[in-house]
Design a protein around this ligand. Structure first.
Ligand code: COA
Length: 156
């Protein structure tokens, strides 16, 4: 079993271990971060999660049997008036932990937080068309395709 916990500055080094190259960084997080991802970029991101009604929530996912961190997920662009948000930066870090249902469980927990704790109405996400394992995972949970953007990003 895994469980969601707040992502803290002490979790940064573990997350950095899971980002091997620029392509993976873009696939995982979109264009905001610059490769190599570093502590400063993540500390700036963490700043945006502070205060009353933050628009951004960062979580890690802990494997309960040994308390090791195995995943990461975020709720971004939370709009408390429109009651919308975007799910993103979904990652099961260690390769050997993938395809065991933990991604599915982590996404469920993040959606539950968004819908039940933040009382949101709608949560969407973006994913590259080549990322077929993530797309299957999202579809299995219930996400449906509603927009396709051609040539959305360029990798250097
Ligand atoms: C996307 C990701 C989080 C999925 O997590 P996961 O723990 O591997 O996924 P799960 O084991 O929960 O799988 C859920 C469903 O996704 C699909 N899936 C997962 N891995 C798959 C793979 N390698 N090939 C095909 N389908 C796959 C399956 O439909 C699976 O359902 P099933 O178990 O009934 O077959 C993980 O693969 C990952 O970290 N990828 C790298 C980072 C990334 O690209 N994130 C997405 C950014 S948008």
């Amino acid at each position: 079993m895994i469980k969601l916990c707040k992502f803290e500055s002490t979790d940064i080094s573990k997350l950095l271990e899971w980002i091997p190259d620029a392509r993976f960084l873009l696939q995982w997080a979109g264009p905001k971060y610059i490769f190599p991802l570093n502590r400063d970029q993540l500390m700036m991101e963490l700043d945006g999660t502070k205060g009353h009604q933050p628009s951004h929530f960062m979580f890690k996912s802990i494997y309960t049997a040994d308390k090791k961190t195995v995943g990461h997920i975020e709720l971004m662009a939370v709009d408390y008036n429109k009651r919308t948000a975007r799910l993103g930066r979904v990652l099961i870090g260690p390769n050997e932990m993938r395809s065991k249902g933990y991604g599915n469980q982590m996404i469920h927990d993040a959606l539950k937080f968004g819908f039940e704790i933040l009382n949101l109405n709608e949560i969407d996400l973006g994913v590259f068309d080549f990322n077929s394992s993530a797309i299957k995972c999202y579809q299995k949970i219930g996400f449906r395709k509603y927009e396709i953007r051609q040539n959305a990003r360029k990798i250097q």
